[in-house]
Design a protein around this ligand. Structure first.
Ligand code: ATP
Ligand code: MG
Length: 394
């Protein structure tokens, strides 16, 4: 069966020197996995270029949507494959442009050629000229415009085959998932933490999540929202496990024993400690949060110092210095924003002090924390976790 062909270009993976074959192999596995639900798709690599071949009846949008979600992919081009023979290339170019005219009503074009096979008898500028002449003759409505063409037709002549394409669709770049360890994200239902998880996954990190709730103060529906967000993330990174933990018993202890204006900072330290235990049990090497300096009372420089002090695992805060508008832009691009802004209560809003301390002092916080049996509370919380596995949407 004749198949549709796509050229897939890698970004940073290409810079990996001796490790390049490993990164490419993982990337190919990830692309194959993204297309697994569609039968008869193939991923291959020939002389440094990745190819995806799919059955003709699989729509192009579907392939582009799935492959562009694979981290490590820089651009994708739907391409036509032809024999590396000038006559065949010219005929394919005319057919290609006929289709472009039909679907997009273009009027001008330009051809750019590249010859990887130096044994091919004609040099690149001459290939471009001859293919251009064939298109002019074959597609009467088209004119050449070398400065601002409606369509740029790329011709890549290789030893085995040649490829024609006119689009380079941008994907997200990054590194293939699974090439950079595993992290545990503290996932709220907000805008920031899903973006933080996505950014770490884009650098190759496998993600697990922990979510804190204060049931029955927070509703089942609030957790549904977290699952919805996780499902969107799973579209990029495959199945994700959420560890959910009821923080209410700890919040009640804090409220009963510590100064009111310190509530938030104590809650945050407990979240970190519980997350650290869950991370260790699940071989996650680091914690990830959506914290962002200055955003709220619990994210001032002083508050971050006190929160950070609660754990010894490294805490990744990929959004730390970003502006909210830029975070929102990413949330919109990756599709989490609309879900994140649905109004549901969060455990942090339960027992929210009227005037939270914005400049907590570590010694003072440690002193009030000493009134609590921290280890026992953390152990009980970890023991009570519930695990939900979330798969990507079908
Ligand atoms: P977000 O948009 O991610 O909710 P935020 O601006 O609301 O962030 P905070 O509520 O102070 O900020 O939370 C800071 C970080 O702490 C979050 O990005 C997230 O990593 C973690 N966090 C907050 N609430 C929860 C929760 N209920 N469960 C798990 N992690 C949480
Ligand atoms: Mg929040």
């Amino acid at each position: 069966m004749d198949k549709n062909c796509y050229l897939v270009r890698v970004g940073e993976v290409a810079l990996k020197g001796l490790n390049k074959p490993y990164f490419e192999r993982v990337l190919m596995q990830r692309i194959a996995k993204a297309l697994k639900k569609y039968p008869d798709c193939e991923v291959s690599r020939v002389e440094g270029i990745l190819f995806v071949r799919t059955p003709n009846d699989l729509p192009e949008e579907t392939v582009l949507r799935e492959v562009s979600k694979v981290f490590g992919v820089e651009t994708i081009s739907p391409a036509v494959e032809t024999e590396s023979d000038l006559e065949a290339i010219c005929a394919a170019a005319v057919a290609f442009m006929d289709r472009v005219i039909e679907t997009r009503g273009v009027k001008t074009f330009k051809v750019e050629a590249r010859r990887s096979d130096k044994n091919f008898p004609i040099e690149s500028p001459e290939i471009a000229r001859r293919v251009g002449a064939a298109v002019l003759k074959g597609c009467k409505v088209l004119k050449v415009d070398v400065h601002e063409p409606d369509v740029k037709l790329f011709v890549h002549v290789r030893r085995d085959h040649s490829y024609l394409y006119d689009q380079k669709i941008s994907a997200f770049g990054g590194l293939p998932l699974g090439t950079n360890g595993k992290g545990l994200v503290l996932l709220s239902g907000g805008i920031d933490s899903p973006v933080a998880a996505w950014m770490m996954a884009k650098r190759g990190m496998v993600i697990e999540a922990v979510h804190f709730h204060s049931y029955p103060y927070t509703s089942e529906r609030a957790f549904e929202k977290v699952k919805d967000l996780t499902r969107i993330l799973a579209g990029y990174m495959g199945r994700i496990r959420i560890h959910s933990v009821n923080l209410l018993p700890i919040q009640e202890e804090i409220v009963a024993n510590c100064p009111e204006d310190e509530t938030t900072i104590h809650v945050r330290r407990f979240m970190m400690k519980i997350a650290e235990e869950i991370a260790k049990k699940n071989r996650c090497q680091m914690l990830i949060t959506g914290e962002n300096i200055g955003q709220v009372a619990s994210q001032t420089a002083e508050a971050l110092v006190v929160t950070d002090n609660a754990v010894s695992l490294p805490v990744m805060r990929p959004l730390i210095a970003m502006d909210k508008t830029d975070i929102i832009e990413i949330a919109q691009e990756i599709g989490t924003f609309e879900t994140s802004i649905q109004p549901f209560e969060d455990c942090c809003t339960v027992f929210l002090p009227k005037h939270p301390k914005t400049k907590p002092r570590l010694d003072a916080i440690l002193e009030s924390e000493a009134k609590l049996d921290v280890d026992a509370l953390v152990a009980a919380a970890v023991a009570s976790e519930e695990i939900t596995t979330v798969n990507p949407a079908e």
